[in-house]
Design a protein around this ligand. Structure first.
Ligand SMILES: Cc1cc2nc3c(=O)[nH]c(=O)nc-3n(C[C@H](O)[C@H](O)[C@H](O)COP(=O)(O)OP(=O)(O)OC[C@H]3O[C@@H](n4cnc5c(N)ncnc54)[C@H](O)[C@@H]3O)c2cc1C
Length: 444
């Protein structure tokens, strides 16, 4: 998406370019699968509506009528505690309560934990500023239990990461801004724009997120698009950069390197070693998603929500599961249900690299008692994402500032993509677009 967004920005400015993609398909980790009557997502499944850039692109591509919101009737998220499922109290946003009634009625937290959360509006702003981990931020504002029973699984799970290491500033800047502006997250969410009952925080497209990729590709000049064209080397040249693809060398005034850090490092090692060193410090972790299709009668649970979160205290490999056919319409044939089960991440290094059979077996073993699964799924597929989830750790912002300063001394070289300035599709599109515009400005 970063590369496509950059290319689209260049196309809009009328700048000639060549888009080189290593694999035989566009979209990178965005991959919708239509199989056996199910519509699954192998990677990302939703665009966040609170971040404007992805939605703006969808509109610009003429896909507005194709947008499907999440099911607003059944929006519960369950949390596992002691082997049982507890609904997350209504009105919680990113683990922050905006209403007290549901929190005090919930069995998820102890009375002490609830009272501590209720003190959040009285907790002073952090003195001194500077970056902090997600865990430290949530414990400081809402207490240890709010972090351990919910915040860790929810906020860490979004990044498949360890909340003790992830930067709150890089991953959830909105929460930091809210504390600075309102002095309290609870007050901030209460004062913020109210999500109406009909509005949804996440959307997708009728045929899945690949629809956005396909629409974007059709807006780019066909002669500028090359798949199965892995870039092997980059080097400064007399009037710009030379780009090697197999036996071919392409001369370019400017290069936008729109690949995640692990793939950028070998290309930068010779021509920008200091940038490569900084990127090498951004860890990427591996995850897997097990896609399951069941006859509806073979799942005892009502599947009346978006899914479930598994706090790591339970010793399970599953980090979360989404009730995919409840979350979005048209994802499973009538009479069937679909699930996405998430495994691996920073707490479980190496686990997602196991073989398909053992990942499937783990997903079924851990989901069966929680969801009352019976018999065998009618559809099962394991999707692996080796080193695809960037870990923006405490101090990430300063690292990016150092990278940007170094790039300023390498005219014509631009960098965007997962794990640098952006996390998530909307920010990736925003950063890819801004980087494409900067490259267009440079060659002008
Ligand atoms: C499993 C998963 C679930 C996610 N869920 C969500 C979600 O629900 N919502 C959300 O907003 N975000 C989600 N994200 C994050 C979001 O998908 C990413 O931030 C974003 O898609 C990254 O895009 P990218 O272009 O930077 O990287 P990628 O999608 O990895 O694309 C990089 C591209 O570069 C190509 N490439 C690599 N090396 C070379 C080379 N040498 N030469 C040429 N081409 C090369 C690759 O083949 C690939 O196509 C998820 C991510 C993952 C992995």
């Amino acid at each position: 998406m970063a590369g496509l967004a950059a290319a689209y920005a260049l196309a809009r400015r009328g700048r000639p370019f060549l888009l080189l993609e290593a694999s035989d398909r566009w979209g990178g980790v965005v991959r919708s699968l239509r199989e056996d009557g199910f519509l699954f997502e192998a990677g990302p499944d939703a665009l966040l509506t609170t971040k404007p850039d992805a939605i703006a692109l969808v509109r610009e591509l003429g896909l507005e009528s194709r947008v499907v919101p999440t099911n607003t009737e059944l929006r519960t998220v369950y949390v596992v505690k002691g082997g049982r499922l507890y609904p997350m109290p209504e009105g919680m946003v990113l683990g922050v309560p905006s209403r007290w009634g549901p929190v005090f009625r919930s069995g998820l937290f102890s009375l002490g934990g609830k009272l501590r959360m209720a003190l959040e509006p009285l907790v002073p702003r952090r003195a001194g500023g500077g970056d902090e981990s997600i865990a430290a931020f949530v414990r400081r504002r809402l207490g240890r239990e709010a972090w351990g029973r919910l915040g860790d699984a929810l906020l860490g799970g979004i990044h498949a990461g360890d909340t003790e290491r992830l930067s709150i500033q890089a991953t959830f800047p909105r929460l930091v801004e809210m504390e600075a502006k309102h002095g309290s997250l609870v007050r901030g969410f209460r004062r913020g724009p109210k999500g109406s009952a009909e509005s949804s925080a996440f959307v997708s497209l009728r045929d899945g997120l690949t629809e956005m990729v396909e629409a974007l590709v059709t807006r780019l000049p066909r002669h500028a698009l090359r798949t199965s064209a892995p870039v092997d080397a980059l080097a400064p040249a007399a009037d710009g950069w030379s780009v090697r693809v197999g036996a071919e060398t392409i001369e370019a005034r400017a290069v936008v390197l729109a690949v995640p850090a692990p793939q950028a490092i070998p290309l930068l090692r010779a021509c920008a070693p200091a940038v490569a060193d900084e990127l090498a410090a951004i860890r990427f972790v591996s995850t897997a998603i097990v896609l399951l299709g069941y006859a509806r009668g073979d799942v005892a649970h009502a599947l009346d929500g978006y899914g479930l979160l598994v706090p790591r205290t339970g010793g399970q490999h599953t980090t979360a599961a989404s009730f995919f056919s409840t979350k979005f319409p048209g994802r499973a044939p009538d009479g069937f249900a679909s699930l996405r089960v998430f495994l691996g991440g920073d707490h479980d290094p190496g686990f997602a690299e196991g073989d398909d059979a053992s990942l499937l077996d783990t997903a079924l073993r851990e989901m069966t008692p929680l969801l009352g699964l019976r018999g065998q799924p009618v559809y099962a597929r394991v999707c692996r994402w080796p080193r695809a989830r960037p870990q923006m750790e405490v101090g990430h912002g300063e690292r990016v500032a150092r990278v940007d300063a170094m790039l300023g001394r390498l005219p014509g070289l631009f960098l965007t993509g997962a794990g640098l300035r952006a996390t998530g599709l909307s920010d990736t599109i925003a950063d890819g677009t801004a980087t494409g515009e900067a490259a267009a400005g440079y060659v002008s």
